[in-house]
Design a protein around this ligand. Structure first.
Ligand SMILES: [Fe+2]
Length: 244
């Protein structure tokens, strides 16, 4: 399996608090069957994103731990300043310099023009990956917006632990709503530590396999994230089921 969203780099954001925890997170992920992790430090008002500095940290973690393999992306907050910068140099923030960019929306307000921003990105060859819409209180109320974004070309990433109930019923219901409409393309851990937000994908993969079958489960944790790493089109990207 491949995890495209993980706060594993130590001492840079609210993820791994120390090198020891980062190394243990690598081991926990490897034991779970995760072969590759994209380290995705926050790029927001609270945490400055310095790609060269972060790449050096990633190299140090690579030296410390042989598996899983690692690459760099960002957990990109969709602020005005961030968007302006990403339109000029998307590779600074994207997953391994590819066209795929993890995008996190505010829990407190999603402006109407976000759809135009996504369209602008897609037109420029940048593919937004909407991170954990199931955990966003605004999108829980207006989930059809997510379907429209998929129709534009956005990719949707759910938190693995949202499907196993770790975030409560409201979040798991929102996750199921999107799963039923075939509007989910990737599961990722969004791990921050070794306890509450662990780097584990297998439980959610089993959950998806039991309800939707092995083919979709494998697409969400292996084939689609693999295509993202390879900067290719997603093999599983159906038209979302609308009108239900
Ligand atoms: Fe995150």
């Amino acid at each position: 399996m491949i995890d495209i969203h993980c706060h594993i780099l130590p001492e840079v954001d609210d993820g791994a608090k120390s090198w020891d925890i980062a190394v243990k997170m690598c081991r926990m992920a490897a034991a779970d069957g995760i072969e590759h992790i994209v380290a995705t430090p926050h790029a927001n008002d609270r945490y400055n994103y310095d790609r060269r500095f972060l790449a050096r940290k990633l190299d140090q973690l690579r030296c410390a731990e042989a598996a899983p393999s690692l690459s760099l992306g960002s957990d990109f907050h969709l602020s005005y300043e961030n968007v302006q910068d990403a339109l000029i140099r998307p590779e600074y923030y994207s997953i391994d310099g590819s066209q795929y960019l993890l995008v996190e929306l505010s829990n407190f307000g999603i402006p109407a023009q976000v759809e135009a921003t996504f369209s602008q990105m897609v037109d420029l060859g940048i593919i937004p990956i909407i991170t954990h819409p199931e955990r966003n209180p605004i999108l829980q109320q207006t989930p059809t917006r997510v379907l429209r974004w998929v129709e534009i070309g956005c990719v949707v990433q759910l938190t693995a632990s949202a499907l196993t109930g770790a975030w409560g019923e409201r979040v798991s219901n929102a996750a199921e709503w999107l799963m039923k409409r075939e509007a989910v393309h990737v599961l990722a851990t969004d791990a921050h530590d070794l306890e509450r937000r662990k780097p584990v994908l297998s439980d959610a993969r089993e959950e998806v396999a039991a309800v939707y079958g092995d083919d979709i489960a494998d697409a969400l944790v292996q084939h689609n994230p693999g295509a993202i790493l390879a900067a290719q089109a997603l093999p599983y990207f159906p038209d979302p089921v609308v009108g239900r």
